[in-house]
Design a protein. Sequence first.
Lengths: 349, 316, 298
Amino acid sequence: MATAMSHVGSDETLQNVLEVRDLKVWFPVRTGILTSLAKSEEKFIHAVDGISFDVRRGEVFCLVGESGCGKTTTARCILKLVEATSGTINFRDDGETIELCSAGPRQIRRIRPKIQLIFQDPYESLDPKHSVLDQLSEPLDVNRVGGSREEKMKKILTALSNVGLIPPETFLHRYPHELSGGQRQRVGIASSMVLDPIFLIADEPVSMVDVSMRADILRIMLDIKKREDASFLFITHDFSLAWVMGDTIAVMYSGKIVERASSFDLIRDPKHPYTRALVSVVPVPDPKFRHKRVILHGEVPDPIDVPKGCRFHPRCPIGKEKCKIEEPELRSIGGERWVACHFWQEPFP
Amino acid sequence: MTALLQVNALKTFYRADGDYVKAVDDVSFHVDVGESLGLAGESGCGKTTVALSLMRLLPPNASILGGEILYDGQDIVKMSDRRLRRTRWKKISIVFQGAMNALNPVKRIVEQIAEPILLHEKIAKDEATRRAERLVELVGIDKSRARDYPHEFSGGMRQRVMIAMALACEPRLVILDEPTTALDVMTKMQIQQLVKDIQKEMSLSTILITHDLSVIAETCEKVAIMYAGKLVEHADVVTMFENPLHPYTSGLLKGFPNIHASRELPVSIPGSPPDLLHPPPGCRFAPRCPLASKECEVDPPGKTVDGNRYVACWKR
Amino acid sequence: MKPAVTPIWRTVSGFWNIYSRVRKGVLGLALVLFFFAIAAFASYLSPFDPTKIDARRTWLPPNSLNWLGTDWFGHDIFSQMVYGTRVSLLVGVFATLISAVVGTLIGLFGGYYGKRFGEFLERVIDFFLVIPYLPLIIVLVAVVEAMEIPIPVLWVVIFVIGITGWSGTARVIRSQVLTVRERQFIDRARTAGAGDLRILTRHILPNVFPLVFANAVLTVAGAVLSEVTLDFLGLGDPTTVSWGMILHLALSNNAVYRDAWWWVISPGVAIILLVMGFTLIGYSIEEISNPRLRERKA
């Protein structure tokens, strides 16, 4: 019986690999010529609107939320695929700290090998014209790491073996269309691992993989965590996955983090009304399980015209006057638990 | 009690490369009046092909090569086109996978819901529109939004529109193919609840096609599991989850983590599904089955166990 | 490390497996190869010197000596046609090389670099697309010839056709690049640290290449037609033997009035067949590389 809860790291390494502070990512809204002539103020999509969190060395940090909450944008921002509007992202490795938002291209190039991404779509994330060997040698060639040809080949073969593609030599000259979805996903992971990263961002890594093969991919990720003492930012909308994979879970809503706690605490005893509702509607593979489902009505708020006060208040079962005026901050309520709600202690009516 | 829908030994193959892809190979099951059946399986197992076969909406390179589909005693496989048109939508309808993206962007919602009514029944336009408006309310959309266009609706709302369309001609059986897969968990639950409510209210029979066993656990009374074109197990939902008989079913169940249980990693089934162009002789699951033995070299026939369970495995 | 482009032999043999199944493609290829063979063996195939005049044998319909008859000057039309093949193919291929390279480069950069640079290039492409093609060519050839640059007229023609025919290719490539650019494997290459140039050459180009190729083949058809038109209008080199020139001489000498059908039909049919050949090949490649265009085979 394998559990996701594993030894996080010795005291030395129990430091933060990633520190995000008040990160904001706003996208300007493209308006037609007529509208832009008429209106003078520019409108923005508040994709990520001020979030802060830390990820420790060797930790699996889950970012959970529904579509449009900003979790994918956060990931793309950390990877520099998207520019942050404001805020800081501190990345720490080997005692050295780099602030990603303000770092120059040379610094980014240096630390790129350390931060890698595991993609969601095994069919789209591999270039159909590149063989497995091409796929895995590209990161090494681009970053000029890996040493001589023989050493590079050794790295590639090891990476393939580590993801269970054995014997690795037989996979080198295959093309994506010759592989199954699960195999492609493994190639993708191997391609990310060949640079020996210490921080991996996994954006819905198994949502497009068949159920009976998901566990293998998840297990590979946990192996990586154990072997390399690597940290993961695991992004998903599936609470069940966050439950088994995550050490810490942060729930995002409309560009903000509304609750953060260890996965055990958050799921067994959620505090924020949104979390409480979400956890209550997670599908359970047990037909006899009966519990109260809090089904929220309405939809996620407009990311352009964000409601005043608490963003969740229009749908919140508790919602009071104060919620319409004052936006709650993410505050610690003790024991490594953080909630952004004025009335988290109140039960649902 | 005769079932509303009885499928016997259905065989639907696709033509490819001069050979056949045995997508649905000798599948039998039934759906009673007012019953919700979950048809579960992973990608490529043939469940969508079953749905398309029931509606006789197969693509040109596929054909039903055997078996019968009895709806109210009449065989859909042998039906003439004219009869078929009277059956489709009025007796059985379907919500396709990803259908919410197939709405006509230049027609108002209420018009699109009225369309099947006008096509299948001799009825005045006003009456059809009135019925469409009632359906809009039935699926939980505010009446004031009936005249909006699809792009003004979110994914969840568009899926409700698709359900309204499927109910337009008051069928007795509705097939839903992965109706909530692309939706967020909250919207998923909203749609699930909606389907359940409508089903009860209208005594509807439903076939829910999905790979997600949790959704089936929560909304269906009976469940049938498909693997590689074959139906491997069929039972009521409580019995199936408590005591799965087919090794594939138990393997599949282990792939779904439960947030109310302990923090265990799900378990994979080693290997991958067979190529349906050249499936292995004998039991199609045998290459991956922990219980496989010599007798599995012959395809196990399905048999009834404990009165109303069906399983296709030599070991049971 | 091995290069990131597929080994050529593998592509070719795999490609032929698929290509040979498309009937119209095979027909097109046969036609084109036929004409290439004629061009290559022109000197062996033509019984007469195409420029040789024979005053005794003028206006003759097809006969045992002159398989396609003779013209007003006594030229053997068959020999002229055979040598004319060379000109058509030469101009067609080289002009297309220019168009394809220019068009692909502009399409690649225009599609990849969005925002201002891309939109600027898009405007440039649109500008060229909108300009009436024929008047442009005519004017350019006339201007360049007037400038009396010591380049043979043939190469002027090639050059002009080349630099005016790139916009169609550019547009097609650009829209394809816009799509490919958004695909996830491009993100992957970026997170691996690949720079723009590498992404363009190793990822985007190989994935749009089938389209480049299909488009280039179709452009050849267009280039051949342009060349014929220019010669027909008398803008080409009057000393070169080309199909367009044959047509030009035919019509300016009232061949139709004099019922000399063989003088007009020979170049006409040849032009149609050659252009059709290239077009069929181009469409087949397009059909193969774009799965959506593939007809459903029941």
